[in-house]
Design a protein around this ligand. Structure first.
Ligand code: PMT
Length: 222
């Protein structure tokens, strides 16, 4: 089925940032808008997949034809994703998950001028690595957001996290990456690579979904 290359596949995508609370009103987060993950979820649904979108806090409408689960913290996202993995054929980790959370959440609003001005941090679980450690594991696609040495870091994450594919993007440049409507991706898998040029995230997502479908079917037929 050329138009619907993921027909029948059960696919989970994570998107957006996570928020890690400091106190009832403050949090640590990042610049992810969710646009890349939402574009992938929409493209996967158009390709015939049964899509669940696990979303951090973003200001985007839910694309048609898919289920959306809203989460806030990395721990929430980890729990929501892992609970879906018994039923999933493909996992795409497009979320910008906070690597660390404040070690303590103050129960009341922190006041200035009192006590320590240092925030102690605790490492969060790595969702995409935990998914890729499952047996049997779904086809796992990670992202890599890099400001330098993109190929080395991306290939390092591909191997360290035991991923089937990784889509790497430059961040902190004029065009593409966080929040922009456009992006470009260098895609790596064991033994190969592809370059997807700068374009709208919707068009880029269609190209990446086509590539994922090819590799997913190739892996399942061996
Ligand atoms: O949301 P947009 O504004 O559209 O921006 C898109 C994007 C730049 C956020 C997106 O294209 C992207 O690169 N997402 C991954 C961002 C990121 O956290 O990259 P990383 O290199 O730090 O993480 C590598 C991989 O591990 C990612 O698949 C990430 O989802 C995953 N991860 C990281 C930490 C963690 N605790 N759990 C994870 O699963």
């Amino acid at each position: 089925d050329r138009d619907r290359p993921l027909r029948g596949a059960r696919l989970v995508v994570s998107a957006g940032p996570t928020r890690e609370a400091l106190d009832p009103v403050r949090f640590i987060s990042n610049r992810s808008s969710g646009k890349m993950g939402y574009a992938l979820a929409a493209a996967a649904a158009r390709a015939g997949a049964q899509v669940t979108l696990v979303s951090g806090p973003v200001a985007l409408p839910t694309p048609p034809g898919l289920e959306r689960i809203d989460v806030e913290t990395a721990a929430d996202m980890h729990a929501a994703v892992m609970a879906l993995m018994g039923e999933a054929d493909i996992y795409i980790g497009a979320a910008a998950v906070a690597d660390y959370r404040p070690s303590e959440i103050a129960p009341v609003k922190l006041k200035k001028g009192r006590g320590a001005s240092v925030i102690a941090l605790t490492q969060n679980p790595d969702i995409v690595a935990d998914v890729a450690a499952l047996k049997p594991k779904p086809f796992v696609v990670g992202f890599a957001a890099e400001t330098d040495d993109l190929e080395n870091y991306a290939r390092g994450k591909l191997i360290a996290k035991n991923l089937d594919m990784i889509a790497a993007n430059w961040i902190g440049r004029e065009d593409g990456g966080f929040d922009s409507d456009r992006n470009a991706l260098q895609v790596y898998w064991p033994g190969g690579a592809a370059s997807l040029a700068m374009t709208e995230k919707s068009a880029l997502a269609e190209q990446l979904i086509t590539l994922i479908a090819e590799h997913f079917h190739a892996k399942n037929s061996t």
